[in-house]
Design a binder for this molecule. Structure first.
Ligand SMILES: Cc1cc2nc3c(=O)[nH]c(=O)nc-3n(C[C@H](O)[C@H](O)[C@H](O)COP(=O)(O)OP(=O)(O)OC[C@H]3O[C@@H](n4cnc5c(N)ncnc54)[C@H](O)[C@@H]3O)c2cc1C
Length: 379
């Protein structure tokens, strides 16, 4: 069972409750996994990942109740996702290498490790795992059970509601000691006991020591981030936009600027029933809130929509590494043949941040206050 709401209004109500009741203790409490429904963390990731809600919207809400310096840890976490996405933009070969790994190992049926079994079931039942449990789970998967990090990343990919190519791939690599090279994350029984509030204590069940022989590894020289030469969000003749899982609220930005446009929403079935249902329901909410949005299921539907609406200028959500839908595809050739001029729109939030995400998070973190000043956060 999932405990994630399907409407934006419920999501905002939850975020307000979280801001009023939990956020003041987030920094000291966030590392505890007390079990579902995880009231001590925001559970905003499945929505933010799809930009069903944006970073600016989240911060606009939480900053109604707190000053920036009171919730620095939460803001920093919001920027971790931005950082991972930006880092992967400058190291795309890391994702290409992972993608070539198609040996999708099955998860071991019974490991005898109670906490591991619990997290496996929780993930399969709810599509969510607390951050600390993701770290422990990944560590046990790699170091105690001896499976590859790629097969674990695939397991998360197929089951997480918030699956994000950057956060997931780099999260697994970080645990494996490949991201901060030579420093693996080793799950320890005492740490699990403390941060699960004594719900689990896998004493003598885990491999708590591991020497990595990959000190000579390197992640390669980062590519510079080149800001895309994108159209600004201004008025164009016969303008259309397409929403998809890369950005489900782009239309709101155009509305705020009183720009007239046609809009369609691409929904693709997901083989995981829980994820499919979640995506379907939040897409229904978007359409219920705006009856002008047309549903499309494939490229043929889009071509028809472009013709029917006589679209001549098209804005598509920017596609970061691991999120390609329209890019590198026959699609772009076909719409050019329909005399449609297209652009991939990178939100200002990403555009400002990605250039700083080429090295470690420590460096990136120094830019957070500048990035907050640049962001369009309504107070
Ligand atoms: C092995 C592994 C795999 C992961 N895979 C994913 C994934 O596929 N998709 C995904 O969204 N996150 C992933 N994460 C990051 C993190 O676990 C989740 O973002 C977080 O648990 C989401 O829960 P929340 O919204 O309640 O977080 P909160 O603690 O409430 O944090 C608020 C927001 O900050 C961001 N955030 C918090 N922690 C992290 C983090 N460590 N890395 C990046 N962003 C963070 C998320 O957007 C999150 O929604 C992974 C972490 C690990 C260790």
């Amino acid at each position: 069972m999932t405990n994630f709401p399907f409407t934006k209004s419920e999501l905002i109500t939850n975020l307000i409750n979280f801001s009023q009741n939990k956020l003041q203790n987030y920094a000291s409490n966030r590392n505890f996994d007390y079990g579902s429904p995880h009231h001590n963390v925001s559970k905003i990731s499945p929505y933010l990942r799809r930009r069903f809600i944006s970073e600016e919207e989240i911060l606009s809400i939480v900053l109604r109740y707190h000053k920036i310096n009171e919730i620095e840890k939460f803001i920093e976490e919001i920027f971790w996702r931005t950082y991972w996405r930006g880092w992967l933009e400058s190291h795309p070969w890391i994702y290409d290498q992972y993608k070539t790994y198609d040996k999708d190992e099955c998860i071991p049926e019974k490991t005898g490790i109670k906490c591991f079994e619990h997290w496996k079931e929780e993930l399969l039942d709810t599509g969510y795992l607390h951050n600390h449990s993701r770290m422990w789970f990944a560590s046990i998967w790699i170091f105690t059970l001896g499976y590859s990090w790629q097969s674990g990343a695939n397991f998360f990919k197929n089951n997480l509601l918030d699956f994000c190519p950057a956060s997931n791939t780099l999260g697994w690599r970080w645990v494996a000691g490949l991201q901060t090279i030579g420093k693996p994350y080793l799950a320890r029984a005492d740490n699990i006991k403390f941060f699960t509030n004594k719900r689990f204590y896998p004493q003598n069940e885990l491999k708590e020591n591991f020497i990595l022989n990959n000190q000579n590894l390197t992640n390669g020289k980062p590519k510079d981030f080149i800001k895309p030469d994108a159209k600004k969000l201004i008025k164009y003749e016969n303008l259309g936009i397409i929403l998809n899982n890369n950005d489900l609220s782009l239309h709101q930005l155009l509305k705020e600027k009183e720009i007239i446009f046609e809009c369609c929403l691409l929904f693709k079935e997901h083989k995981n029933i829980l994820i499919n249902n979640f995506q379907k329901k939040i897409c229904e909410d978007i359409k219920n809130n705006d009856h002008n949005i047309v549903s499309v299921n494939n490229f043929q539907d889009i071509y028809k929509w472009l013709k029917d609406k006589n679209i001549k200028n098209l804005i598509l959500p920017y596609e970061t590494v691991g999120n390609k839908v329209f890019y590198e595809n026959e699609f772009l050739k076909n719409i050019t043949n329909l005399e449609v001029r297209y652009t991939f729109y990178l939100r200002e939030w990403d555009c400002n941040a990605f250039q700083h995400a080429t090295k470690g998070f420590f460096n990136f973190k120094k830019k957070i206050s500048t990035l907050l000043n640049q962001a369009n956060i309504k107070k």
